[in-house]
Ligand binder design. Structure first.
Ligand code: GNR
Ligand code: NI
Length: 176
């Protein structure tokens, strides 16, 4: 297994629309293992392939406290949705930023498992939030895209500044 690098906003590669998975081969299983390790080691409750710069329709979720309820969705599709909920969302690709996003309360999802077998599921609450958040990644959308352009630009500047400071500090450590 290998931990993969997670792309961070405003990296333009996060805007890529992922392509359908057509071959359920050993390469897909390896990618799934690496994504799972990456999600757990980053303490995330979900991870979409887009975030690790692989533009295929694959995502993993685990919203359980004990981190032992891994779920895998290949080529996921939302068949229907109902209700509304607001959730304070965060994203491994937008570290340190949290914002309330309005999503459907219930969704019916159709997807394939790692062997290509189709299944359907009804999800609600945080589970529904998370899969909508991950499917957005596969469409090249981030939760900050739901914020006003003004707020998004403020975030972009703040994150760029943070990164500059971190790089500067790293450089100073090298000098010493
Ligand atoms: O770890 C994550 N937490 C989270 C919290 C509220 C709503 C969505 C999420 S998903 C996020 C992991 C991530 O970035 N997945 O793409
Ligand atoms: Ni995310």
């Amino acid at each position: 297994m290998a931990k993969l690098k997670i792309l961070e906003f405003p990296d333009p590669r996060l805007k890529t629309v992922a392509k359908e998975v057509k071959s359920f081969d050993a390469g897909l299983k390896k990618l799934l293992e690496d994504m799972t390790e990456t999600m757990y080691s980053a303490n995330g409750i979900g991870l979409a392939a887009t975030q690790v710069n692989v533009h295929k329709r694959l995502l993993v979720l685990d919203i359980s406290e004990d981190r032992d309820q891994l779920r895998v969705y290949v080529n996921p599709q939302i068949l229907s949705e109902s209700g509304e909920q607001n959730c304070e969302e965060g994203c491994l690709s937008v570290p340190g930023v949290y914002a309330s996003v309005k999503r459907a309360e219930n969704v019916v999802v159709k997807a394939q498992d790692i062997d290509g077998k189709f299944f359907e599921e009804q999800l609600k609450g945080l589970h529904a939030v998370c899969i909508q958040h991950e499917i957005d990644h596969l469409e090249g959308r981030l939760f900050v895209d739901y914020l006003s352009p003004l707020k998004r630009n403020m975030l972009r500047k703040r994150l760029e500044k943070q990164r500059k400071v971190a790089a500067q500090e790293a450089a100073e450590h090298l000098v010493i």
